[in-house]
Design a protein around this ligand. Structure first.
Ligand SMILES: [Zn+2]
Length: 673
């Protein structure tokens, strides 16, 4: 128990900016400091620290409190632990009241785990330097690997003796219970016999720390060449340690990462340690496991720039590819350095003089896309199948980049390396993005985000024949057209034609002023927009109306077709969803589906049918609108008592019915032809 007067002293001495800045890079803004919130994922900082008030608050997720609260939340400290941390930081001596035996049996489970892990780290480090077996086997291994004593101490490396339960017994003597030893994974207990033994027997020990430098767990590397033993053993997941949420070395690297605005990522723990010994201190290791999004977010707190340093063997390259895709998806900039055959960052770093190594990793850092393209190209040579797989692979990687301008730049670069038309790559990219958007939408649960006119039934999606993608079941889609808007189907068809075929040509018979019929060719967009605008037809569904208006304004003002991104990336989610759905529907319905589902799909390759379809869609829309207009006029006529007005309405009705007759005839002619 910490005495109240000591608590006051600690709180008085605490500078909150100082405390938080050790974990979250802060920048001054006016009287406050801001940074990216460590408690939720954000790209623009909304985490604010007020030095005068001694508090922090995140305007994104609402987390708030003082320095002690911050440490408890961020470092998972208990209240007394946070106070002890601060006392230590500010050199305040605290006199703790005697702990009772119960208290010694550790206040809460997490704290107990932190305690025993920390205890183990000190024990293993002590064995390394002071025990005969530790020195002969463990220490000599590290020295053989060119580690300096100072480095070994800085990283807290250690050794666990090759005895069954020496550590477990030692820990128990110091008051640690079976329960906490087993939960921490340091001790393994056989279920049947209850025999207990040390997990890491005969291994050199790499402690794993959190950002604040507290020990969470260990990686143990075996030194004997016995094939039956796993080379690396890790602490199991526990309340304090989750493999996918820590990065080896980040507690030492973070300040240098911020300073250089760059993070080097290596695979092995030894790679990270060796690089840091050689003055490359902004380095972290993924510890040989596949990188996770949580780990990337950790890096993202400190920098947007990552250079991946992986082995040049095929396993290393594969791991690098995976890592790169994940980084790109999360908006980081990635470069890659591949090491010469048979070398890894550790070995190469030992081979070259310090400065030469630094130059190597700076100058060899290659833009990921050039790297990937060159590499795959080498492999594919002139094999057309491999080449097409390569293009898919590269396009897939480019599609992960969130920024559109960057995407375009990469497409350009690749087109020149691959000696391919940019347009072709762009088409592939658009196709892929559509598919992705579609899948994503499906995963997010369409029901939540879609407009009421767009709720699909359960059988809306069908797997395609090879199971690789989902396509729309057109039958199901037809069933869902709701009655919310009377001309729903007709309006939807027009919007679908504009989005999917706006840039295609259509030839239509036009009637000139002298009543002469003449064939004219238009862009589908110009034909539909022109006709609908001239006839002053309004869309009833507000989403269709907005899409049509955007399309029309673009066409009329700029004289060109709008880029479909405008709709698929529109800030209005309903427009986004609708545009995507319409684009996807058309994209995925193959001729196979046409025969299976017996639905007509506009086919620009078959001009006669295509032209008919366009005309029919337009006429159907007009006919529906006319019918409703006529009904309104009739209704008004019924209510009208003034005879003059009645005559006007009657004449209006006749005119409309005449037009209706013309349109019906034309439609029948098309449909029955
Ligand atoms: Zn937050």
């Amino acid at each position: 128990m910490i005495k109240q007067e000591d608590i006051s002293k600690i709180l008085d001495a605490t500078e909150i900016v100082d405390v938080i800045n050790a974990f979250v890079p802060l920048k001054r803004r006016g009287v406050n400091y801001i940074g990216c919130c460590p408690f939720h994922n954000e790209k623009t900082p909304s985490f604010t620290v007020s030095p005068s008030k001694g508090i922090f608050k995140c305007f994104g997720c609402g987390e708030a409190g003082n320095a002690v609260n911050f440490l408890m939340k961020h470092e998972h400290y208990s209240y007394p632990e946070a106070l002890r941390f601060l006392a230590n930081k500010y050199g305040i001596e605290i006199q703790e009241e005697e702990l009772t035996d119960d208290q010694k049996a550790l206040q809460d489970e997490k704290e107990g785990l932190f305690h025993v892990t920390d205890f183990a780290q000190k024990y293993f480090a002590d064995i390394l330097f002071n025990d005969t077996e530790g020195k002969n086997i463990g220490l000599s291994y590290f020295i053989e690997r060119d580690l300096k004593e100072e480095t070994i101490k800085r990283w807290g490396l250690g050794y666990c003796k090759d005895k069954w339960s020496e550590f477990t017994e030692y820990a128990k003597k110091h008051g640690y219970t079976d329960e906490v030893l087993i939960k921490s994974g340091l001790t393994i207990a056989k279920e049947e016999t209850h025999v207990q033994y040390d997990r890491f027997r005969g291994r050199v020990m790499f402690p794993i720390y959190n950002i604040g430098g507290r020990t969470l767990g260990f990686t143990g590397r075996v030194l004997s060449s016995e094939k039956t033993k796993a080379k690396y053993v890790n602490s199991p997941e526990s309340d304090i340690y989750s493999k996918g949420k820590v990065l080896f070395g980040l507690h030492l690297a973070k300040n240098e990462i911020v300073k250089q605005d760059l993070c080097y990522l290596v695979e092995g723990n030894m790679d990270a340690i060796m690089l840091s010994q050689n003055n490359v201190e902004n380095v972290v290791a993924s510890s040989g496991t596949a990188l996770t999004v949580d780990q990337i977010r950790l890096i993202n707190r400190y920098t947007k720039n990552v250079t991946v340093l992986y082995d040049g063997d095929s396993a290393g390259i594969k791991a690098a590819f995976r890592a790169i895709d994940l980084f790109l998806e999360n908006g980081l900039n990635v470069k890659i350095v591949l090491f010469p055959d048979e070398e890894d960052p550790d070995s190469y770093c030992r081979k070259l003089p310090q400065e030469e190594f630094k130059t190597f990793i700076t100058e060899k850092a290659e833009n990921f896309i050039l790297f990937k393209t060159h590499l795959l190209l080498q492999d594919a040579k002139d094999d057309p199948f491999k080449r097409s797989a390569l293009i898919k692979e590269i396009i897939n990687t480019i599609s992960l980049i969130p920024d559109n301008i960057e995407k375009a730049a990469y497409v350009q670069q690749c087109s020149s390396i691959l000696n391919m038309k940019e347009e072709l790559l762009n088409n592939e990219l658009t196709k892929l993005l559509r598919e992705k958007l579609f899948k994503q939408k499906k995963e997010e649960g369409l029901k939540k985000e879609t407009s009421p006119t767009d709720i699909p039934p359960d059988d809306f999606f069908l797997p395609s024949d090879d199971g690789s993608e989902y396509i729309t079941n057109p039958k199901a889609e037809k069933q869902v057209l709701p009655d919310t808007f009377p001309d729903e189907a007709q309006e939807r068809k027009i919007i679908s034609l504009l989005l999917n075929y706006g840039e295609k040509e259509t030839t239509q018979i036009m009637i000139a002023e002298n009543e002469e019929k003449k064939e004219e060719t238009f862009l589908v967009a110009a034909y539909l927009v022109g006709d609908i605008t001239t006839d002053q037809i309004d869309f009833d569904n507000p989403i269709y109306k907005e899409i049509f208006d955007i399309y029309k304004d673009y066409l009329l003002e700029k004289g060109e077709l709008p880029n479909l991104n405008i709709f698929t990336n529109h800030q209005n989610k309903e427009i986004q969803n609708l545009a995507t759905t319409l684009l996807i529907n058309n994209y995925s319905i193959s001729s196979l589906w046409e025969s299976k589902w017996k639905i007509s799909i506009p086919d620009p390759e078959c001009p006669e049918k295509f032209n008919q379809d366009i005309k029919e869609s337009l006429l159907s829309l007009k006919l529906n609108k006319l019918e409703r207009k006529i009904n309104i006029v009739k209704e008004n006529l019924r209510k009208e008592s003034d005879i003059d007005n009645q005559l006007i309405l009657l004449s209006e009705q006749r005119t409309l019915e005449k037009i209706k007759q013309i349109i019906s005839n034309e439609l029948n002619r098309i449909v029955t032809r």
